[in-house]
Design a protein around this ligand. Structure first.
Ligand SMILES: Nc1ncnc2c1ncn2[C@@H]1O[C@H](COP(=O)(O)OP(=O)(O)OP(=O)(O)O)[C@@H](O)[C@H]1O
Ligand SMILES: [Mg+2]
Length: 296
């Protein structure tokens, strides 16, 4: 997905309809959705590859260019019938006037080709991160999890929607509060929450569930029990994309051989850093580990 921004001035109302006319002064493109997750992993020094389906258009070229700048290896499946997913925001004086979305479900053929590519890429990677934005790219998610687990690779999933049966057998799933509530219902206490999560983990054969709780931090549920990490943000400017930073950090840490419990603590710290930033939604390795230089 491409996150596109058009910034401009409004000085008049259109003669064609009672709407403002924006004279665009500046444009900005950022990697969005799974591409933003991949960018976050790469910023931490991980060798990150992104498998995704894009179209054959200008936005697709932009995505490839931005991935290159972010040092993400792109494994692209092209679907000529697909308009590359774009979320375009039109802004004037920090005010969003309109958002325009371009999106369509990829074709059956492109998704099958993506699955074949996934299997081929598996041996060269330590961790699989599936970022579900409900745009069709994860149509074959169940098959992907099966293959990854058969190859002994941990599978981390950022879920979407209420059909989690598709995520059966994943190593770790990272819902936020609203996403979890959609699946287990509203909880009345911490104990009730833990019971609901335990039932869900058992039913779906999930090794771990990390509930991200915005200003409340995050809680990790595994067979060893529940461990809570309070939020560590000192200043909060922009919380959008914090979830992407969390799962990207987890993947980078687990890929580097760090235990799940420590990976969660690092991810919580990374989230605390990223919510203090405006715009650039990544955390660099040197920000997370200022005292330990990154080995080549
Ligand atoms: N307001 C906040 N104050 C402090 N920390 C925050 C705040 N919002 C988010 N965080 C940190 O970021 C983590 C992820 O945030 P959140 O639970 O909102 O994920 P999310 O809803 O998936 O985010 P998004 O979808 O916007 O990427 C939290 O667990 C916490 O560590
Ligand atoms: Mg999220």
């Amino acid at each position: 997905m491409l996150d596109r921004y058009w910034f401009g001035d409004v000085n008049r109302i259109s003669p064609e309809a009672p709407v403002p006319v924006v004279l665009v002064q500046r444009t900005e493109d950022r990697l969005g959705a799974a591409a933003n997750v991949a960018r976050n992993a790469a910023a931490l020094g991980a060798r990150a590859g992104l498998l995704c389906v894009i179209g054959d258009d200008e936005a697709a070229e932009r995505i490839i260019e931005l991935l290159e700048q972010s040092a993400v290896e792109s494994h692209i499946e092209r679907d000529a019938d697909l308009p590359t997913t774009i979320k375009l925001r039109v802004l004037s004086r920090q005010q969003q006037l309109l958002r325009v979305d371009f999106e369509k479900w990829p074709t059956h053929e492109a998704l099958l080709a993506g699955l074949t590519k996934f299997e081929a890429l598996l041996p060269g990677h330590n961790v699989v991160l599936l970022s579900d934005y409900a745009k069709g790219g994860l149509t074959h998610v169940t098959k992907m999890i099966e293959s990854a687990r058969a190859a002994k690779k941990p599978v981390l999933i950022d879920p979407k929607g209420d059909d989690w049966e598709r995520y059966r057998g994943a190593s770790l799933i990272t819902p936020n509060r609203a996403e979890l509530m959609q699946v287990v219902g509203r909880w009345s206490s911490e104990d009730d929450l833990r019971d609901r999560v335990e039932r869900l983990r058992a039913a779906l054969d999930l090794e771990a569930l990390l509930l991200t709780r915005s200003e409340e931090g995050m809680t990790l549920y595994t067979d060893a029990g529940a461990v809570h990490e309070p939020a560590v943000a000192r200043e909060v400017y922009d919380v959008s994309g914090a979830g992407d930073t969390v799962i990207a950090t987890l993947a980078a840490m687990i890929g580097a051989g760090v235990s799940l419990a420590s990976a969660v603590r690092h991810a919580n710290r990374a989230a605390g850093i990223v919510v203090g930033k405006i715009g650039t939604a990544t955390v660099e390795y040197s920000e997370l580990f200022p005292d330990t230089p990154l080995r080549a």
